[in-house]
Ligand binder design. Sequence first.
Ligand SMILES: [Zn+2]
Length: 177
Amino acid sequence: MNPKFESACHDRGDGTTYTKIAGVVDEDHELAILTPKLKTALRIVIDLADVERVNDAGARALHAWLDELSASGVAIGIDRVSSAIVARMNENPAFMGRATVRSFFAPFYCGACETEQVHLLRPEEVPPEGGKEGGKPPPQVCTECAANAEFDGTSDYFRFIRRIIGTRAVVAEPAAR
Ligand SMILES: [Zn+2]
């Protein structure tokens, strides 16, 4: 067992297999343990909220693993992507392969109570760059004082979203074999 890497898998009886990967994804990852169960699933939802760190070896492994699962025909939704994984998606636009990113965390700051915090966003909540909102997501309700927390990063943080929108269009077409 690798104490840095955690994973769990369960069915809720709705035809979807829910998987969670957490901790550090590096060369000691144990993704292969999940593969046989996930390859036979109809749909998979992978929760990445608690992935704290991904090194280069881990990023390559995760990317290859997602490709392998996609190749078996299973539909993959990715939920609650941590900022460590967002950084990898921004580095490599093809990082998620044919998986669909449904939600991700982004850094916010509340000026009223001076608190840094993360909020969960859906890709469609982030307006395109060049629009009047300048590619920034709307303010979120501060978790401490309920004032408005503003996005606390640069628009580069959302670079991966352009790729997602392109990927969705591809996914809608029948897979070429
Ligand atoms: Zn606040």
